[in-house]
Design a protein around this ligand. Structure first.
Ligand code: PLP
Length: 384
């Protein structure tokens, strides 16, 4: 894949999707065909069977590889399916270091399914880079991190961890779902693999599931294509097209998410009924300087402490525009309760240790008029 020198928005709109050679359509068509006519044995136009390749999916994969600065991308039916595809890199006896506060579903996959195949996981607070170094063993193959973490918004220094990994022959994968490549490009900071739940900011409209693995080595390209072909957990042509369409507005959406996120975090931080706000854009965030260094915006994921389950519930049910629901990264503002929703699978003591209290509420700030969102939060907080 040749690297484009164009800016982010130009690449988001054009890379991987030249006008259709047959009709001139400026949007890549949704190719709904499970199979392709072959001209003779071993001769085809680049496609044989839709589990292996599909032109709409190819366009999306080229586009996402360009946005993350990787050399390949492979899309799967969900973020979890993408993580499962990455797991196929491991063999029995391998060891993986995982951030201790990754998405609950990732830890559930590792702890309840992948461990049964003889793969060992160590969970580490990767914001402490020396703890990552200490956890590496001769069997360690991968360090998998999220930065910022969900929902406490703790950062990991990607470059520092990448250096430690590479010094020990270990690869680094980064789940970049929260920031999107618009605000954070882990490959430029040394990561080997970037993963996304495209369900979130990339698609951006809460209307499709998907996941992607962006690789940097020929082996990633070969292995992840092979996983698509063997396991079949691919992204459908329609959902590939939805993400392609979503990504075209990623830059403008992210700018608005970030602007509104900053305003709402500042509002919450001065509200007397809010005990603590977790947002990397606030100057009192313990890693505010690192956030400024490795991200070009702070995004719109915020969590804050109401003080109790009762107060959290009152807030959640009083909000009118902020919609109570799982997920994040859509144009609409979603409000949720990590302890009983995203992190319900995490043991109570572990949740307490991570700071995921019963009073914690998470916001994924959308791109509605920010004054309406502020008024909505104001009336809901007044009820506590
Ligand atoms: N990674 C992160 C950071 C997530 O927030 C999620 C889902 O919420 C996933 C991975 C899993 O993605 P999906 O729901 O598309 O399977």
């Amino acid at each position: 894949m040749t690297k484009s020198t164009h800016g982010f928005s130009t690449r988001a709109i054009h890379d991987g999707q030249p006008a259709d050679p047959l009709t001139g359509a400026v949007n890549v068509p949704i190719y709904l065909s499970s199979t392709y006519q072959q001209e003779e044995i071993g001769k085809n136009k680049g496609h044989e069977y839709a589990r292996v390749t599909n032109p709409t999916r190819d366009a999306l994969e080229a586009n996402l590889a360009s946005l993350e600065g990787g050399t390949s991308a492979h899309v799967f039916g969900s973020g979890m399916a993408a993580i499962m595809a990455m797991v196929t890199m491991f063999r029995s006896g391998d060891h993986v270091i995982c951030g201790e506060n990754v998405y609950g579903g990732t830890a559930r996959l590792f702890n309840y399914i992948v461990v049964n195949y003889g793969i060992e996981f160590t969970y580490v607070d990767t914001s402490d880079t020396e703890a990552v170094r200490r956890a590496i063993t001769p069997r360690t193959k991968l360090v998998h991190i999220e930065t910022p973490t969900n929902p406490i918004m703790t950062l990991t220094d990607i470059r520092a961890v990448a250096d430690i990994c590479h010094g020990n022959g270990v690869e680094l994968s980064v789940d970049n779902t929260f920031m999107s490549p618009y605000f954070q490009r882990p490959i430029e900071l040394g990561a080997d693999i970037v993963m996304h739940s495209t369900t979130k900011f990339l698609n951006g409209h809460s209307d499709g599931l998907g996941g992607v693995l962006v690789g940097t080595k020929p082996k990633h390209n070969e292995d992840f294509a092979f996983v698509q072909k063997c396991t079949g957990g691919i992204l459908s042509p329609f959902e590939s097209w939805l993400v392609l369409r979503g990504v075209k507005t990623l830059a403008v959406r992210m700018r608005q998410h970030d602007e509104s996120g900053r305003k709402i975090a500042a509002y919450l931080a001065q509200h007397k009924k809010v005990k603590k706000v977790h947002y990397p854009g606030l100057p009192d965030h313990p890693q505010h300087d690192l956030a400024k260094k490795q991200m070009s915006g702070f995004g719109s994921m915020i969590s804050f402490e109401t003080g109790s389950l009762e107060k959290a519930n009152m807030l959640l049910k009083s909000a009118r525009i902020c919609t109570l629901g799982e997920s994040l990264g859509g144009v609409e503002t979603l409000i949720s309760h990590p302890a009983t929703m995203t992190h319900a699978a995490v043991r109570t003591e572990e949740r307490a240790r991570l700071g995921i209290t019963d009073g914690l509420v998470r916001l994924s700030v959308g791109i509605e008029d920010v004054d309406d969102l502020l008024a909505d939060l104001d009336q809901a907080l007044a009820k506590l």
